[in-house]
Design a protein around this ligand. Structure first.
Ligand SMILES: [Zn+2]
Ligand SMILES: [Zn+2]
Ligand SMILES: [Zn+2]
Length: 254
């Protein structure tokens, strides 16, 4: 399995429009973060988690020519805004794209992209197959996906485990039952937005604490804000098995 970090930024991305802070003005490519998303290549399938506002740019940057499925963690705009751009894949493959999410999130997609779900849609709208999931494991072409429940302040969100890769974003609370589902992961990704506490996201130290509970060989932080600091300064301060993810990072696991 190969996982490419398409984006590792929080909802505004980094740099933030008009911001003049050290991180936003950094020339280090590790400090340029599109909205958080990953591409997973496994068993001949290509799966994207969270097509955010930078989806088009991410697909072009990484020369993605086909897509078998999209998984949604939750309905916030920084995780779904790019869905309209699945039109390109519809055109190339002559097929709808399967989008997997829980009931509330599917309803939000229907509301946000209402023009794609009317009875007689305008020609050229995105063609999306909505696929309902819950907390039970499911399969895409024989590949098992295990949803991982967490809380994003008041909003229930889903992370996903595929094989020994776990991806949890926009969590600020993870129940023990969910921790047990990610145990044994070789690679675990979790959101850590900044150093200061945040109302709906794990802070960096909270994210590190969760990673240390699970203790995967490789842990990565994503959904990073410009307030976290520069990669070159902050990354070396982390425990040896934990790193800040960055856009374009590729990890391989079983
Ligand atoms: Zn987010
Ligand atoms: Zn800034
Ligand atoms: Zn969110």
């Amino acid at each position: 399995m190969k996982v490419t970090f398409l984006g590792t930024g929080t909802s505004q991305g980094v740099p933030v429009i008009a911001c003049q802070c050290d991180v936003c003005k950094s020339t280090d490519s590790h400090d340029r973060r599109l909205r958080s998303s990953v591409l997973i290549e496994v068993g001949g399938l290509k799966i994207v988690i969270d097509p955010g506002p930078d989806f088009r740019q991410q697909m072009l940057l990484h020369d993605v020519r086909s897509l078998d499925a999209i998984l949604l963690t939750h309905e916030h705009k920084d995780h779904i805004a790019g869905l309209d751009d699945v039109r390109a894949f519809n055109w190339m493959t002559k097929k709808p794209v399967d989008v997997f999410a829980e009931q509330r999130v599917l309803q939000a997609v229907k509301n946000e992209f209402a023009y794609a779900f009317v009875e007689r849609p305008y020609p050229g709208v995105p063609k999306i197959n909505l696929k309902l999931i819950d907390e039970q494991a499911f399969k895409i072409n024989g590949i098992e996906i295990i949803p991982i429940r967490g809380m994003h302040m008041k909003l229930p969100v889903l992370g996903f485990r595929i094989g020994s890769f776990s991806y949890l974003t926009d969590f600020n609370y993870i129940p023990n039952a969910s921790l047990n589902k990610v145990r044994g992961s070789q690679v675990m990704v979790i959101n850590g937005v900044r150093k200061e506490p945040h109302v709906s996201h794990f802070s960096l130290s909270e994210a590190v604490e969760v990673l240390q509970k699970v203790n995967p060989p490789r842990g990565y932080i994503t959904h990073i804000s410009h307030q976290l600091g520069r990669y070159a300064i902050e990354n070396p301060l982390l425990p040896p098995n934990i790193q800040l993810a960055y856009d374009g990072l590729v990890v391989e696991c079983e």
